[in-house]
Design a protein around this ligand. Structure first.
Ligand SMILES: [Mg+2]
Length: 354
């Protein structure tokens, strides 16, 4: 059942262990979504379609990401707030990689019935999922403008994000050229290091109920787990690069540096070399996690050697890690320079939970 269609937005207070029906959930989502707004969104939830009015000379950037339990998150590892945050972060990160400004998000969710059960003392799983998603949406002024809801044997969330970018100014994967330098924002490998820690916590936790329940996170581990549980999409950094016209190509690091750099090289028909000693490895991560870990949601971008790239963009460090080379028949797509010499870097971004 799609969200909108003339539902009134007040929600009855849930009774003890209420299994909320779809209508109640939809009206709840609508009421909460109404608290977010953007100037380009003319009409949000409430009609058959949302209406978006792009400004003159702007193009719309559109991306979709599916998150499935057991594949992209685990009910016995991730708190529901984190799962909501991560679902939206994946889409926002794609907008950041294009240098786009978020305009609206659309969320379709499939949930087993028990995840919609709440009591006076305890919010339901789906309410906590929305808490996480809407907090990140508010931080990036991204209104939830529609979606769909269905009962499903496994939890899943599909997020569609619409962004806007001045015509012809989107950052593409396909325009890196030999001689351009390679940069990344932030630190690499933190998400994979956090995931390894989360897995340990989950395995050593005593089961607290028959249902899969994520482990409690000790306060001293919150910072270490943050890149995995609450990754920050680099919207401000992508916008800065787009507005200053300094980046020649960009991609976000969702699958891992080795895999995403290979994508960028293939789209640009070039090769690349990166210097292991220059990588901004997260303090908790290994070099392998930084190269292949994935889910860091940092930006990887190229710029001509003459471009003046600052050391920080909107508060996030930027590090030069290598350069673009011409593609040659006998040259690997990506080469890693180490103290021992040069070696081909295979694309082996981590396949979580596979
Ligand atoms: Mg992407």
């Amino acid at each position: 059942m799609p969200y909108p269609q003339n539902m009134h937005s007040s929600r009855p207070a849930p009774k003890a262990d209420t299994n909320q029906g779809e209508l109640a959930i939809l009206s709840q989502i609508r009421a909460r979504a109404a608290q977010t707004a953007s100037t380009s969104l003319r009409l949000g939830i409430g009609d058959d379609c949302a209406l978006i009015r792009p400004r003159l000379n702007e193009e719309l950037a559109i991306t979709t990401d599916l998150s499935i339990a057991g594949r992209h998150f685990r009910l016995d590892w991730h708190q529901p707030e984190s799962i909501g945050h991560r679902a939206l972060a994946r889409g926002l990160s794609d907008l950041a990689a294009m240098g786009a400004l978020p305009v609206a998000a659309f969320l379709s969710i499939g949930l087993p019935r028990e995840l919609t059960t709440s009591s006076e003392r305890r919010a339901s799983w789906h309410q906590r999922f929305l808490d996480g998603l809407l907090a990140l949406a508010a931080a990036h002024k991204t209104p939830l403008a529609g979606g769909d809801l269905s009962e499903s044997p496994i939890p899943l969330a599909d997020i569609v994000l619409i962004g806007s970018v001045p015509r012809g100014k989107a950052l593409l994967r396909s325009s890196a050229r030999p001689g351009h330098l390679l940069y990344v924002t932030g630190a690499l490998g933190g998400s994979a290091a956090g995931l390894a820690c989360l897995a340990e916590l989950a395995h050593s936790a005593k089961p607290r109920s028959a249902r899969p329940t994520p482990p409690r996170i000790p306060r001293k581990l919150e910072a270490l787990l943050a890149p995995q549980l609450y990754p920050q999409p680099r919207i401000a950094q992508g916008l800065w690069l787009q507005r200053h016209g300094l980046a020649s190509a960009a991609i976000d690091l969702s699958d891992g540096l080795s895999t995403d750099l290979t994508h960028l090289c293939e789209e640009s028909k070039v090769a690349a070399e990166i210097d292991a000693s220059m990588l901004p490895i997260h303090q908790a991560a290994t070099q392998s996690q930084a190269l292949h870990g994935g889910e860091d949601y940092e930006l990887l971008f190229t710029a001509p050697a003459a471009a003046r790239i600052p050391k920080k963009i909107a508060g996030v460090p930027v590090t030069r890690i290598g350069r673009i080379l011409p593609a040659r028949a006998n040259r690997p797509t990506v080469t890693l320079i180490t103290p021992q010499g040069r070696e081909p870097l295979q694309a082996r971004g981590w396949e979580h939970f596979s």
